[in-house]
Design a protein around this ligand. Structure first.
Ligand code: GRF
Length: 226
């Protein structure tokens, strides 16, 4: 990717697409220096596909139910993604487990957002589990994707308090607001060439990241885009 070219994204979704919407909005306003080449959903007819269409972005469906098994679905998915020639593949509420063949194919250029402070609460129902565990702090994480589910090298996290009267929905809403700031920030860093994966090590501005970045340390957008 030359400096003159924008980073091309393929965004994979399975549903609502509110994180996708944050990316579409920031790409349209120029805040995020990317081209969203395509949005791909494994579930037909979901809201996120409509959001893509509204933004004039190709909205593609690849229904996993049309394939006999996971490898066959993934082979078709890889072909469809690669046809878009993305520099970066974004999982934004994509609800299919991916095999090592897939994650290796996109190693270092595949990001996921997970609604917890990883390594806490991998998997589903994170908000409910955080409340049940008596956590006072919760949040969301952006990480490079590897074959280990929700286990790839962590890049940046956003934190929110867990309040005494929270239920999973109120907590999810608080986290989601931060997710919509968190994903654009991580993608901006990648697009600017500030972020990369070397082996299992995340490098930020060329330096090995010894612990996850914290979104609140980059609260000032000017500083964040330095
Ligand atoms: C988000 O909570 C994200 O962290 C998780 O799935 C949800 C997707 O929401 N991976 P949306 O489709 O972006 O609204």
């Amino acid at each position: 990717m030359s400096a003159a070219q924008k980073c091309r994204l393929a965004v994979l979704i399975s549903g609502r697409g509110s994180n996708l919407q944050a990316l579409l909005d920031q790409a349209a306003s120029g805040e995020l220096p990317v081209t969203i080449a395509a949005v791909i959903s494994n579930r037909p007819g979901v809201q996120g596909l409509e959001r893509a269409r509204q933004a004039g972005v190709p909205a593609l469906e690849l229904d996993h139910k049309n394939y006999p098994d996971r490898p066959a679905f993934e082979a078709a998915l890889i072909e469809l993604i690669d046809r878009q020639q993305p520099n970066l593949v974004i999982l934004a509420g994509f609800m299919r487990v991916l095999t090592a063949d897939f994650t290796e194919h996109y190693r270092g250029r595949l990001l996921n957002i997970h609604p917890s402070l990883l390594p806490k609460f991998r998997g589903l129902h994170t908000h409910e589990r955080a409340i049940a565990a008596g956590e006072t702090e919760h949040g969301a994480t952006i990480h490079f994707v590897t074959a280990e589910l929700d286990g790839g090298p962590v890049i940046v996290q956003a934190r929110v308090p867990v309040l005494p009267d929270d239920n999973p929905d109120t907590l999810a809403a608080r986290v989601l607001t931060q997710e919509h700031r968190l994903y654009p920030q991580a993608i901006r860093w990648f697009a600017e060439g500030r972020l990369r994966l070397e082996g299992e090590q995340v490098r930020f501005d060329g330096q090995p990241l010894m612990q996850p970045l914290r979104l609140e340390d980059f609260a000032n957008p000017t500083e964040a885009r330095r």
